[in-house]
Design a protein around this ligand. Structure first.
Ligand code: CU
Length: 161
């Protein structure tokens, strides 16, 4: 008589490995290491290398990597600035049609007094112009990726002094 065997699929195999861990902590560390290895991707790791004109900033969300540089760094208070950014889609995802860029101050519950414009520059690179942080404090740059499903929003906090 045959005894039902657990499926030797991807997930089942991982669970069995996990059960052999000596402690819960070891298990967590092992899983974290597995996850890190799985998401490592040379193309993504070098996202935005073509941005060489300033201090490159990195952000990520929804599997996307984003690198950006401002035309003035540190970003000054009360003056228009622009940013160049590169968006790197996760493997298998199409490069999005467009990205909306905005900014707000979450602690003060207000946004900018200006609406930024975004222009595609080709090769996954974009330029956002017309941004202004009109007061000092903690701002948050917001990148909304158009056409991604589910919607993807990448944010990056910037301290302006
Ligand atoms: Cu404010």
């Amino acid at each position: 008589m045959m005894t039902p065997q657990p499926k030797r699929g991807h997930f089942a195999g991982r669970r069995l490995t996990c059960m052999t861990c000596l402690t819960r902590l070891t298990c967590l560390v092992a899983l974290a290491a597995w996850h890190t290895t799985a998401v490592a991707n040379p193309a993504v790791a070098h996202c935005g290398e073509q941005l060489t004109t300033g201090t490159r900033q990195q952000a990520a969300g929804g599997g996307y990597q984003l690198a950006w540089v401002a035309n003035a760094w540190p970003i000054p208070v009360g003056r228009h600035f622009s940013i160049d950014f590169v968006l790197c889609a996760p493997p298998g995802a199409a490069v999005p049609a467009g990205v909306r860029v905005d900014a707000d101050m979450p602690a003060h519950r207000h946004g900018m007094n200006y609406r930024a414009t975004v222009a595609p520059m080709g090769g996954g690179q974009f330029k956002a112009e017309g941004l202004m942080f009109h007061m000092a404090g903690r701002w948050r740059l917001i990148f909304d990726i158009e056409g991604a499903a589910p919607p993807v929003r990448i944010t990056h906090e910037v301290l302006v002094q």
